[in-house]
Design a protein around this ligand. Structure first.
Ligand code: GLU
Length: 290
C-alpha cells in the first residue's frame, strides 16, 4: 500500500452480490486496459461489506470469471470485510474533527424526502452510536471534477447531500470504504460505470478530507437492456461464462468504442487491445445490448 507518483494504479472493485454480468465485464475490461496501456498496475478489490446483499460464493466466482477472461490482477485481492479496523480509525478521525453527526431518520422518512435527512439531524447533536446513521457534513457545494470521458462535471447544489458513512444497521457504507481503500491503495485512476458519476463529488470531498491526491476519473458507458433498464444484478442480468470469453471480450471492446482485433487467442486479443486503447474513443453511452 505504497503511494507512488509515477506508477498508474487502477482497480476493479466488484461487490459480490452475484457473478459478473456483461456490464461488469465492460467495467473490468475498461479499467484493465486503461491501467495496462499506461504500463500500470490493475488491482482487484472485493467490496464485500454488505452481507445482506451478498451471494454465497460470488466473490470466488468473480475471481474465476476474471481469470477465465484473461484479466489477471496485480498483487493480492483486497477484501473490504477485513478492513473494519481501518474504517473505524477513519471514522474516529472524522468524528474528532467534528465532521460527523448522527441521523435517526427512518427508511420511510428518507424515502419521502428523496433519500435526504429531513429532521435537521445536523443540529440535533444525537450521539454517534449504534442505531443511528453516521453522516458526513457536506462541503459548501458539490465539488466539480474532470472526467476523462464526460469532460468537466459539475453537479447542481441540489445534489448536495450529507453522505452516510456508517449505516443505521452498523454496516460501513460503500462511500466510506471505497474512498478509504482507494486512498490507501494509492489508486491513481478510477475507471468504472457511469452509474457512479454522481457519487464522485462526494467521494472527491472525502478524498480531500483524507489528504489523498485525487485520482483521474473515467466513467464508462452503462449497458442497458432492450427495455432501457440498466443491466445489473438487481435486474437479473445473466452471468457471463468463460465458455464464450472471446466473443464477450470482443463485444465489450466494441461497446468501449475500441477496434476489435481478429483472432481467437485471448492473451493476444488483450495485448492488441491494450496497444490500441484510447480512452477518447469511449462513448458516454448508455449502450443498448444487441
Ligand atoms: N462496488 C461497486 C459496484 O460493484 C463499484 C465501486 C467503484 O468502482 O467505485 O458497483
Amino acid at each position: 500500500m505504497l503511494q507512488t507518483n509515477s506508477l498508474v494504479i487502477g482497480r476493479f472493485a466488484p461487490s459480490p452480490s452475484g457473478p459478473l454480468h456483461f456490464g461488469s465485464l465492460v467495467a473490468a475490461l475498461g479499467s484493465y486496459l486503461s491501467a495496462k496501456s499506461q504500463g500500470g498496475q490493475w488491482l482487484v478489490r472485493m467490496e464485500d461489506i454488505d452481507p445482506p446483499r451478498e451471494q454465497a460464493g460470488a466473490a470466488d466466482t468473480i475471481l474465476r470469471q476474471l481469470t477465465a477472461f484473461g484479466l489477471h490482477w496485480d498483487g493480492t485481492v483486497l477484501y473490504q470485510s477485513r478492513r473494519s479496523d481501518r474504517y473505524d480509525e477513519v471514522l474516529e478521525q472524522l468524528r474528532q474533527r467534528g465532521l460527523l453527526y448522527g441521523c435517526d431518520c427512518s427508511r420511510r422518512e428518507l424515502q419521502d424526502n428523496q433519500g435526504r435527512c429531513s429532521k435537521h439531524c445536523r443540529q440535533r447533536g444525537l450521539p454517534l452510536a449504534d442505531g443511528v446513521a453516521w453522516r458526513l457534513q457536506a462541503g459548501r457545494e458539490p465539488l466539480p471534477f474532470e472526467d476523462a470521458i464526460w469532460g468537466a462535471c459539475r453537479f447542481p447544489d441540489t445534489e448536495l447531500d450529507d453522505v452516510v458513512l456508517k449505516r443505521r444497521d452498523g454496516l460501513y457504507a460503500y462511500q466510506l470504504a471505497v474512498v478509504v481503500d482507494d486512498v490507501d491503495q494509492g489508486i491513481t485512476e478510477v475507471v468504472r460505470g457511469a452509474d457512479l458519476l454522481d457519487a464522485t463529488p462526494r467521494q472527491l470531498y472525502l478524498w480531500q478530507l483524507l489528504g489523498g491526491t485525487p485520482p483521474r476519473w473515467a466513467h464508462l458507458p452503462l449497458i442497458v437492456q432492450a427495455d432501457g433498464r440498466k443491466l445489473s444484478k438487481q435486474n437479473y442480468a445473466p452471468a457471463i461464462t468463460g465458455a464464450d470469453a472471446l466473443g464477450l471480450l470482443k463485444q465489450a471492446l466494441a461497446v468501449l468504442g475500441q477496434p476489435v482485433p481478429p483472432g481467437d487467442d485471448i492473451p493476444a486479443l488483450l495485448a492488441e487491445a491494450c496497444a490500441h486503447w484510447r480512452i477518447d474513443r469511449v462513448p458516454r453511452g448508455p449502450v443498448m445490448l444487441a
